[in-house]
Design a binder for this molecule. Structure first.
Ligand code: BGC
Length: 417
């Protein structure tokens, strides 16, 4: 039996996103999109817009000292020339209540959801030059209101996942399918990175000592077979590292969302950078079993989660160590979690990922915090079936919550062997 101990000042948090928990975000482009795609309606979601008291109670019952939530752009700016001070005031109130309870608010300014008016005015979205200025205007207003109560900012959540979803695979509005032209996506990524850099400057102008960054979804990548190393390298650059490189000097921390490992192979039929075939479950589902086999893809061996993702805790430590060596910036794990309707796999998932994180820290990586995805079950972009919550939507603790709370309170846990 060994004990793994985390530093005293370590941040133990949970993350949510406005559109996934608040409910009733009818001003978002996603609202009508749900119907067009035949998605399950998000409806009231977890009701967090009205039930912040209960969310706060969940955070307190777990003993967490940090909470990451996002501000819904379409609430704060319901039309191009109108800001809603009432909506902003509600977010300010949340930040104050969190602070009063010793829970540090981390506020994200863009978590996939954008106002419907934005795409009506600028149908080309992030493929064109108009959206960045619109986003910065919103960011200035939102951060201007929150700056006295919030010192930790996440400009963009998973920019590359968002771009591939919205402009590559047609999953999010505006529903473009340009995956066959990855250069267009890379250009949109560069534009978004420049916008992040502007937002970084803006946030520091508003509050010089604040800490700002973005969070990148980083999968652990392995070559499917010997000879696939170059495809791995190309995909890693395209999906993970190019954006981080473009934001060098404009990040106070490195934000990482880690869920899984994927195998990458090279196929002459792939239009992607390096002719890579990245083995995401979503891509496999998109091209079908046979298509995926024709592309030479390889699946992970472990028992998949309810999302079809391989559980691979070692990958978290590996990713953290590599990015620490590359950037030398403090690291925050801003999402990590498992879709598991039974809830029975969550404790082991958390334990094994924290052990992997701790081993990267022992080897020198400076990691400041771990935020579990998610505080409550929520809207998983089209469906309520995947359950990522430490609590159900009626705020009952799920299996695994008790364990996470114990770790957060004590800063340590036992491992066998
Ligand atoms: C996103 C969340 C999502 C989670 C689980 C992340 O990619 O930031 O919005 O719910 O993963 O899929």
């Amino acid at each position: 039996m060994a004990i793994i101990t985390f530093p005293k000042a370590f941040l133990w948090g949970a993350s949510t996103a406005a559109y996934q928990v608040e409910g009733g975000n009818s001003g978002s482009a996603l609202w009508a999109w749900e119907g067009r795609k035949g998605w399950e309606p998000s409806g009231e979601a977890a009701g967090s817009w009205e039930r912040f008291d209960e969310d706060l109670a969940c955070l307190k019952s777990l003993g967490l000292n940090a909470y990451r939530f996002s501000v819904e752009w379409s609430r704060v700016q319901p039309s191009p020339d109108r800001f809603d001070d009432g909506a902003l005031g509600r977010y300010v109130g949340w930040a104050r209540r969190l602070q009063a309870e010793g829970i540090r608010p981390f506020v994200c300014l863009h978590h996939f959801s954008e106002p419907s008016w934005l795409l009506e005015l600028h149908p080309e979205g992030w493929l064109g030059d108009s959206v960045p200025a619109r986003f910065l205007r919103f960011a200035e207003r939102a951060a201007g209101a929150l700056k006295d109560d919030v010192a930790d900012w996440v400009t963009f959540n998973e920019p590359m996942v968002f771009l591939v979803g919205a402009y590559g695979m047609g999953h999010f509005p505006p529903g473009r399918r340009l995956l066959v032209r990855p250069r267009a996506l890379a250009e949109a990524g560069a534009r978004m990175a420049r916008t992040h850099n502007e937002a970084y400057r803006l946030l520091h102008r508003l509050r010089p000592e604040c800490r700002a960054g973005f969070t990148q979804n980083v999968a652990a990548l392995d070559p499917a077979r010997p000879g696939d190393e170059e495809a791995v390298e190309s995909w890693d650059r395209f999906m993970h590292r190019d954006f981080m490189d473009a934001a060098r000097g404009r990040m106070d921390y490195l934000g990482i969302n880690y869920y899984t490992r994927i195998f990458v192979n090279r196929s002459p039929f792939s239009p992607l950078p390096g002719r890579a075939v990245p083995g995401y479950a979503e891509l496999q589902a998109g091209v079908g079993r046979l298509g995926y086999r024709l592309l030479g893809g390889r699946r992970g061996e472990g028992e998949p989660t309810d999302m079809g993702w391989e559980v691979h805790p070692e990958g978290l430590g590996r990713v953290v160590s590599a990015l620490w060596r590359e950037h030398g910036l403090p690291i925050l794990i801003l999402e990590n979690g498992i879709a598991d309707a039974s809830g029975l796999r969550r404790e082991a998932y958390i334990r094994d990922h924290l052990a992997s994180l701790a081993s990267a820290m022992r080897q020198g990586a400076e990691v400041r915090g771990y935020f579990h995805w998610s505080l409550v079950d929520n809207y998983e972009w089209g469906s309520y079936r995947p359950r990522f919550g430490l609590h159900s939507r009626d705020r009952r603790p799920c299996p695994g919550a008790e364990f996470y709370g114990r770790v957060a309170r004590s800063g340590e846990f036992e491992v066998h062997g």
